[in-house]
Design a protein. Structure first.
Length: 188
């Protein structure tokens, strides 16, 4: 009987540990579900500044991708999860990263997205704390829902908005090359 109980406990622990992955001090689930669609972790990475971890980024997709252009052009549901790991990451700094990222993604021509970018940036007005996480979820054919710690903050319409938002981390000039590589499964 003891062997059966021990085996059951060992299987439960191994199943739980296999259902998540560690990126620095952050533990990410292998699978997430939004609007009834299950997404799997494509990859993840950690942004470090001067040797200090600031936030991690994970990409969740329906199928595996290693080409950023394919991810950006895809009209499949997918998500980026950002986990805050440093008190140096504030809402003001994150808004600054988003502004620069949108500008880079659109080669300085954000006019077609300006109203939606402003709506999106307002979703980051509350203070950020260590262990807060944000899910930027593209719903196929609709737009991006943003969640903070599992609570929905808002919805921004358009696949074009998703393209520009995801390009912040997956474009030619990403906010962080380590996160981009990690999201695409590059373990270097």
């Amino acid at each position: 009987m003891k062997k059966i109980i021990t085996l059951t406990i060992a299987l439960t622990i191994s199943t739980i540990s296999m259902a998540q992955i560690r990126v620095g001090d952050i533990v990410l689930p292998y699978k997430v579900t939004y609007e009834g669609e299950e997404l799997s972790l494509n990859g993840a990475g950690m942004r470090s500044v001067l040797g200090f971890d600031t936030y991690s980024g994970g990409l969740y997709t329906k199928k595996k991708y290693n080409d950023p252009g394919t991810v950006l052009d895809s009209d499949e549901s997918m998500s980026i999860r950002l986990n805050i790991v440093s008190k140096k990451v504030t809402n003001k700094r994150m808004v600054k990263v988003f502004n620069k990222g949108f500008d880079d993604a659109m080669f300085g021509n954000t006019e077609s997205l300006d109203v939606r970018i402003e709506e999106f940036l307002k979703l980051f007005s509350s203070p950020m704390q260590i262990n807060d996480y944000y899910d930027l979820v593209y719903i196929k054919g609709k737009g991006v829902k943003t969640y903070k710690n599992g609570e929905e903050l808002g919805f921004i319409t358009g696949r074009d908005f998703k393209y520009a938002l995801f390009k912040i981390w997956l474009g030619n000039e990403p906010a962080c090359k380590l996160i981009k590589g990690g999201m695409l499964g590059d373990s270097k």
